[in-house]
Ligand binder design. Structure first.
Ligand code: SF4
Length: 77
């Protein structure tokens, strides 16, 4: 389960976030390319845009459920 006290710093403020457990597998960026981005130097994903509308909400929810290390949370602020 993702820990909102352990978010990577690049996350945009809001409900969805990535925490430091991310292993940079690229799955979330494939599923929700409009909402997740790549911190290339450090090698992890972060939330670049909070979902806006049903389609992005579904994609972010699917990304969260699909993350192999449960690094995505939806209880951020
Ligand atoms: S799906 Fe999870 S482990 Fe993979 S890049 Fe996204 S946050 Fe990181």
């Amino acid at each position: 389960m993702a820990n909102r006290d352990d978010k990577v710093p690049e996350n945009i403020e809001g409900r969805y976030y990535v925490d430091t457990q991310c292993i940079d597998c690229n799955l979330c960026r494939d599923i929700a390319p409009g909402n997740f981005a790549h911190q290339e130097e450090a090698g992890y994903a972060y939330v670049s845009k909070q979902p806006n509308g049903d389609e992005e909400e579904e994609q972010c929810s699917e990304a969260k459920d699909s993350c192999p290390v449960e690094a995505i949370g939806d209880d951020g602020e």
